[in-house]
Design a binder for this molecule. Structure first.
Ligand code: PHE
Length: 464
């Protein structure tokens, strides 16, 4: 039997798991959801959800991983053979996410190179982003670079690759984001109509709850946005945290480590909002924030261009930071696939990293072509218009993830019982302080909400 890799200790695990959790979801999606969903109101809702749902699912994944010492694919079957299917279902999520995450990683790399070579102003021009993603060669080229680095880190293994890289990148990322967030607050700009807006006013837009036009319907919408953001952001219910959990040594205090991961992930998301919302507000007012997903690739370059000479440097630092965040996340996705396939096919890590790397490349190339050769416009059950990349995102995050979370809650809450998880949380001899909350959440609250989330994102809720 090959020796299984492991993290050297608690810090290595926390930084690697935070590396997986902190990604484009935090820096890109969280700020635009906050802007769309009532600023401070969204923040409060999100925080409550992290401390209840997020914590419950994170504890479940990590404890299953550490107790079984198995990766996602085999963990459920190792506990109850009849539940083997859940492992296979879970495995599908990173497989689907892998197809498009490196494509987005490639886009970010392209922007970083654009700023590095002093062409930041080009990125601010109308149509730049669309021209880029619809071109045939460039997106594939940048995706290839991003993917090659990811595969190399996974190839190096748990301790020498993933942990070492995360230890170096995560503290740096934190410093960069704090730096730009403070810079954002110092901004001030007077537009053509003579209106002056400051970064501190922008901070108000971000932090003060906006309750105007609030209806129960709208509140439910905000709740569901926050909920799906949370799962994506914490990388739970997709086998990733099970795999990382299996690399954690028995003497690590899991309860404390999980708290640190939650704080890291939520802290970075919060700071990302503090960095982006005031900057966009200063230069384009509240209108600039309605741009949704195009925020990072379209609105922000315009903001950087408005900053003058400083903009090139801030833009470069920003995109380099996002590359770091995206790389550690993509590494965790690929690691989950590689670890599972190593077991399945009894192959070495090196060989499997290579094979998965090549397969991912082929799949990601097809996704890149989704903006030209394979272009289509499909309306998803949740009403969004989608191309190939969005279809993969929908299938993994809106369809499979709530379904898997639901089944996991039933499995843990009612089949093996919460005590199984609690024992593992306390295996290091430390008390699991949130054990009561955990049992209640996993048995009653989480499965119900997961079912609602599933019905909502599949559009079935409208028929009920
Ligand atoms: N959690 C990461 C983010 O916030 C994304 C991610 C999703 C990472 C799935 C791994 C797996 O961007």
């Amino acid at each position: 039997m090959k020796k299984k890799g492991s993290f050297t200790g608690s810090l290595g695990f926390v930084l690697a798991a935070a590396g997986s959790a902190v990604g484009v979801g935090n820096i890109w999606r969280f700020p635009y959801l906050a802007a769309k969903d009532g600023g401070g109101l969204f923040l409060i809702v999100y925080l409550v959800l992290v401390l209840t749902f997020g914590f419950t699912l994170l504890a479940t994944d990590v404890a299953i991983g550490r107790r079984t010492k198995q990766n996602a694919l085999h963990a459920f079957g190792a506990i109850r053979p009849r539940w083997k299917f859940l492992g296979y279902l879970t495995f599908l999520v990173p497989a689907l996410i892998m197809t498009y995450y490196s494509v987005i990683g490639g886009w970010i790399t392209k922007y970083a190179v654009t700023y590095l070579t002093g062409h930041g102003d080009d990125a601010a021009a109308d149509g730049y982003f669309t021209d880029f993603i619809t071109s045939r060669v460039s997106p594939v080229f940048f995706m290839l670079i991003f993917l090659a680095v990811t595969a190399f880190i996974v190839y190096r293994g748990v301790e020498k690759g993933i942990e070492k890289f995360s230890r170096f990148v995560m503290p740096g990322l934190l410093l960069l984001i704090i730096g730009i967030a403070i810079f954002s607050l110092t901004l001030s700009h007077t537009d053509a109509d003579g209106v002056t807006r400051t970064g501190l006013q922008g901070l108000g837009v971000y932090l003060i709850p906006d309750l105007s036009g609030m209806t129960p319907q709208r509140f439910l919408g905000i709740l569901l946005d926050a909920m799906s953001q949370l799962f994506f952001s914490l990388s739970v219910s997709m086998g990733i945290m099970i795999t990382y959990g299996s690399y954690v040594k028995k003497d690590v205090n899991l309860g404390r480590s999980l708290g640190q991961i939650e704080i890291f992930d939520t802290g970075v998301a919060f700071l990302a909002g503090m960095m982006i919302i005031p900057a966009v507000f200063v230069f384009s007012g509240t209108d600039g924030m309605a741009s949704g997903p195009s925020l990072m690739f379209v609105s922000l370059p315009k903001v950087f261009a408005e900053m003058g000479a400083a903009g090139t440097i801030v833009g470069l630092i920003f995109f380099v930071m996002v590359i770091f965040a995206a790389l550690t996340s993509c590494v965790s996705i690929m690691e989950t696939l590689v670890a599972s396939c190593m077991d399945l096919f009894h192959q070495t890590r090196q060989k499997m990293s290579l094979i998965i790397g090549i397969l991912s490349l082929a799949a990601a190339a097809v996704i890149c072509l989704g903006y030209n050769v394979f272009y289509f416009e499909l309306t998803l059950p949740n009403g969004q218009s989608a191309q190939l990349l969005d279809v993969m995102d929908y299938l993994s995050n809106s369809f499979l993830m709530p379904a898997i979370s639901f089944l996991t809650c039933i499995f843990v809450g009612w089949i093996i019982k919460p005590k199984w998880i609690i024992e593992e949380m306390e295996a290091s001899g430390h008390r699991f302080t949130r054990r009561r909350l955990y049992s209640f959440m996993i048995r009653y609250v989480t499965p119900v909400i997961m079912a609602v989330l599933f019905l909502q994102s599949t559009g079935l809720l409208n028929y009920l």
